[in-house]
Design a protein around this ligand. Structure first.
Ligand code: CDV
Length: 311
């Protein structure tokens, strides 16, 4: 048995005017609760330090940059790292990253239990659009504010086992999980900000949104025999509702813990990483059963090519 006591730390809404220091104080309070419950890994949501700002159209570079971190840890996030180090808890959280060269990414980092950054992931599958879209009920401008991630889907050998990360929309894409599955991943952590209504289809409400979320995460876990810890930023941010649905899913695809609120909430589960071995050595023993000679289209093309269409 290789138990990793894991805390999924759902965050309630962060309003546009809420300063970073207040958000970090909330994160520290959640971390304290996680540590008191014995957690050794604490997972926070996507863009955990701010409101989900891609819902706002901005043209001014300085206004955009105000949402981004240029160093990690920086002066405002240092207390979170210090508290994690004091507790001996590894943390992972998402934030908007601006590099020295001025590139902007939707990023998450993973630390070790001493508070040192072990890994960085930059969101690959950016949803939404780059320009103001008057046809939508609200904007989703991730393609305006972020570049697609350039780091792939790495897996890190941590003190506990083999860990990887992805972010929000990535969880809907089977390629995300499989690339990490092919590196033997035993736990994938991810944060999300999922609007409770589809901005292009008012009929797709929170019921469907939660259904698609669970379907994607449970399938990814099962088909790759890995734990998946999916953590929401939830509730109503500046009038815009986000789903909850924070959950911990085992390597058989079962939900072992799920949030009940859309507020700051702590879920704890002792995840036995050895549970991954059965699926990985039987029905999803990739070395024995995969047929990559038939999967070429997955990397050769992006969109659909209809049968008989000229190449
Ligand atoms: N932050 C996200 O990536 N949100 C998307 C929405 C736009 C569908 C998601 O996959 O939840």
């Amino acid at each position: 048995m290789r138990e990793l006591v894991t805390a999924a730390l759902q965050m309630g809404p962060i309003q546009r005017a809420e300063p970073r220091a207040a958000v970090v104080a909330r994160m520290i309070a959640l971390l304290d609760r996680a540590a008191a419950a014995g957690a050794r890994l604490a997972v926070f949501p996507e863009l955990a330090l701010t409101t989900f700002f891609p819902r706002w159209y901005m043209a001014d570079a300085a206004e955009i940059d105000a949402w981004f971190e240029t160093e990690m840890p920086g002066p405002e996030t240092q207390p979170l790292f210090q508290r994690a180090r004091d507790h001996g808890v590894a943390i992972t959280f998402g934030y908007a990253e601006r590099t020295l060269a001025g590139q902007r990414f939707n990023t998450s980092i993973l630390t070790d239990r001493q508070g040192a950054i072990l890994g960085k992931y930059r969101k690959v599958h950016l949803p939404g659009h780059a320009d103001f879209d008057p046809a939508r009920a609200f904007q989703h401008l991730e393609k305006r504010y972020f570049l697609p991630g350039d780091l792939g889907f790495p897996v890190w050998r941590t003190e506990a086992g083999l860990q990887g990360m992805c972010i929000c929309n990535d969880r809907r894409w089977p390629e995300t999980y499989r690339v990490m599955g092919l590196q033997g991943v035993e736990m994938i952590t991810l944060g999300f900000n999922t609007p409770a209504v589809n901005s292009q289809n008012a009929a797709e409400g929170p019921g469907d949104r939660l259904f698609h979320h669970r379907l994607s995460v449970q399938a990814g876990a099962y088909q790759n025999a890995t734990w998946v810890v999916a953590v929401a930023k939830a509730g109503v941010e500046d009038g815009h509702p986000l789903i909850g649905g924070t959950m911990i899913v085992d390597p058989n695809g079962h939900v072992v813990a799920e949030s009940r609120t859309e507020a700051d909430e702590v879920l704890i589960h002792a995840c036995d990483l050895d549970l991954c071995a059965f699926g990985k050595s039987t029905i999803f023993d990739f070395a024995r059963h995969r047929r990559p000679e038939h999967y070429g289209a997955i990397t050769a093309q992006t969109g659909v090519v209809l049968p008989g269409a000229a190449q």
